[in-house]
Design a protein around this ligand. Structure first.
Ligand code: FES
Length: 350
């Protein structure tokens, strides 16, 4: 759907702003669940509250009333209305409410313009935050029920800030890219707003494009691993998994044993390296353990930059044009650096 709002979206918006009875603009005092998403400084913000009918067993509380305050556009108001209507109609528990997705909101509205999908995402995120708040107030341990929202929220608050304009962190981006199957920067901006203001975060090192590349490269590797598990060791590209004797994988070869890692001591558990020590160690591993393997196969690599745990690398020679280059980067370069320097290193091709 391009530029047009559905009739339902327009009607819900108009009903809400005119305060038609039965609409949900407002806030429940002493709400049982309160969740917020977005920020007024970023242009869109939603404050969502719900009230439950309490049960002796709090996990059986039922949501009976929902309200929202939003600083946003037509679709933000309509999406918030839709969320409240869906919740009240379902008369479900807060835990069951977590099954409501942004797609349910979009469907209820008979679609949203692509550029406005983030309004439905905002509703689903505010609902999650409100359920976490309800769980805290009612003493419900979501983790023990197999629901990890609290961890997720904390992780997202603490994660590296990628989009400064919209205060969006890397863990949040990674989760949403997978959940919503976002493949391009445009889709990320439409769904999450990230990258939609100054645009500096789109193609900066460690920015949205890098995160997209990394998320989907990992998914591809997982798919390849699953395919390999179902077939004999040697793949059509000659790529083989790391063997028990430490032989490293390399494109175009089968089982050539890797040279012994030289002059590099694996990071001891818990060892903290200064940025300088970290960079020197990365350089040493690349020189001693990685480049010899690539050179032997007509390829090469060089470090372009190191920022935090992100290592930006350029591939050269045969590696550059090889169709398995991303696999080489992840399974040889990144895996070796993780093994010999630090377990959370990410290698990004530039
Ligand atoms: S930093 Fe992301 S749009 Fe400005």
């Amino acid at each position: 759907m391009a530029w047009e709002y559905s009739e339902k979206t327009k009607q819900l918006f108009l009903d809400a702003v005119h305060g038609k009875p039965g609409t949900h603009l407002g806030e429940i005092p002493d709400a049982d669940g309160l969740g917020e998403h977005g920020s007024i400084a970023c242009g869109d913000s939603l404050r969502f509250t719900f009230r439950v009918e309490k049960n002796e067993d709090p996990t059986k509380d039922v949501i009976v009333e929902a309200r929202y305050l939003t600083f946003g556009c037509t679709s933000a108001i309509a999406a918030s209305e839709a969320l409240c209507i869906i919740l009240e109609a379902r008369a479900c528990t807060p835990i069951e409410a977590l099954k409501i997705t942004n797609q349910d909101i979009v469907d209820f509205l008979d679609g949203l313009p692509d550029q406005k999908i983030h309004c439905s995402v905002m509703g689903a995120e505010a609902l999650e935050a409100a359920v976490v708040d309800w769980a805290k107030k009612r003493g419900v341990d979501l983790a023990s029920l197999g629901i990890k929202l609290q961890e997720q929220l904390e992780e997202e608050e603490e994660g590296r800030l990628v989009c400064k304009c919209f205060s969006i962190t890397e863990p949040f981006l990674r989760r949403k890219i997978k959940e919503l199957n976002l493949r391009t920067c445009e889709q990320v901006t439409a769904a999450l707003k990230a990258g939609g203001a100054c645009g500096n975060c789109l193609h900066a090192p460690g920015g949205i494009q890098d995160i997209l590349d990394d998320v989907w490269a990992k998914e591809k590797i997982l798919a390849q691993d699953a395919a390999k598990a179902a077939t004999p060791l040697k793949s059509p590209t000659g790529y083989v998994p790391i063997s028990g004797d430490g032989a490293l994988p390399i494109m175009g070869q089968t089982n050539i044993p890797a040279p012994k890692p030289a002059e590099v001591t694996p990071a001891a558990a818990g060892e903290t390296l200064s940025p300088y020590q970290f960079a020197k160690k990365v350089e040493a591993v690349v020189e001693n353990s990685i480049r010899p393997l690539l050179l032997r196969d007509g390829g090469d690599c060089s470090i372009v930059d190191i920022k935090g745990n992100l290592v930006y690398m350029e591939l050269h020679g045969a590696c550059k044009s090889c169709s398995s280059a991303d696999v080489t980067l992840k399974m040889l370069v990144e895996a070796t650096l993780r093994e010999q320097v630090q377990g959370d290193i990410r290698v990004i091709q530039v």
